[in-house]
Design a protein around this ligand. Structure first.
Ligand SMILES: Nc1ncnc2c1ncn2[C@@H]1O[C@H](COP(=O)(O)OP(=O)(O)O)[C@@H](O)[C@H]1O
Ligand SMILES: [Mg+2]
Length: 266
């Protein structure tokens, strides 16, 4: 079976521009490899600064790896062809309100992607936008709303609508749901699970919450200081973790918070 996503030894180095040692090479991500099947959900966990967002950005094409390759459906992705990538792999951002254009109605912003990526006429675009709004639990009236007229949960639904409108293979979410209050977060997570089942989309998300990860993920990747220290099925990592960090990250919200506190003090 061809894997949906194959990540071969991607890594990311930055040149330090300011500070005491300008020009010094910063290693944000040491070479990592892993793969994902169609419809699977991968959770990326690790303390702050461990390279989680770097992985999310490299996969979504928001940044270019220093080395390594990413393959989708057995084809190598061109790291510089963002347009090709953004049709198949979409990203959901953390701050939904800021990622929406305050001056455009929801309908207009959702139509944008269709305008550039399909040759549909206006009526076809509108029809598809209305169908997508309904898929994410919004009403046809919301087509004419501006972002500030929506609640935070509804704004997050618009972001999900924007992510699924081109029917991508993979959605990448980098701590996208942390700002939501728990009941809305639960609704959004359930919405994503429903969409996955309906559309067969794979989902890669960065999370600090063991409860959400255990509930949603098929596979988990654990990061520590730019290195992947463990990767496997959720089942295997819960029942037979190979590293103390994996055990701690998956144990409880409380322990997780304590761990984050101690690592940021280092
Ligand atoms: N544009 C950049 N320039 C320099 N260093 C960066 C840049 N982006 C990330 N880093 C560094 O790479 C490391 C990993 O960052 P990141 O992937 O954002 O971590 P995480 O999401 O796990 O908190 C950090 O040490 C961070 O400071
Ligand atoms: Mg991050």
């Amino acid at each position: 079976m061809t894997k949906l996503l194959e990540v071969h030894a991607i890594c990311k180095y930055y040149q330090q521009k300011q500070g005491w040692l300008p020009g010094r090479r910063i290693c944000a991500l040491e070479p990592i490899s892993f793969s994902l099947n169609k419809g699977e959900t991968l959770a990326i966990m690790g303390e702050t600064g461990s390279g989680k967002s770097t992985i999310a950005k490299l996969i979504a094409g928001a940044d270019v790896p220093s080395n390594g390759e990413i393959w989708l459906h057995g084809k190598r992705l061109d790291p510089h062809n963002y347009r090709q990538r953004c049709r198949d792999i979409r990203m959901i951002f953390q701050d939904s309100m800021r990622s929406l254009n305050p001056q455009l109605t929801i309908g207009k912003q959702l139509s944008e992607a269709l305008k550039f990526n399909t040759n549909w006429n206006l009526a076809q675009q509108t029809e598809h936008v209305l169908q997508t709004l309904s898929k994410v639990g919004l009403l046809p009236d919301h087509y004419h709303f501006y972002p500030h007229m929506l609640s935070t949960g509804q704004q997050q639904r618009v972001c999900i609508a924007r992510a699924i409108i081109l029917e991508p293979q993979i959605i990448v979410a980098d701590e996208a749901f942390v700002a939501l209050d728990p009941s809305i977060r639960a609704q959004i997570i359930n919405l994503i699970l429903d969409l996955q089942e309906d559309m067969g989309i794979s989902f890669i998300f960065v999370s600090h919450s063991p409860e959400i990860v255990k509930h949603v993920a098929d596979k988990i990747l654990i990061m520590h200081r730019g290195k992947m220290i463990e990767f496997g099925t959720t089942e295997a990592l819960i029942h037979n973790p190979q590293h103390q960090l994996t055990r701690m990250l998956l144990q409880s919200e409380l322990l997780n918070k304590a761990l984050k506190h101690t690592t940021t003090q280092e």
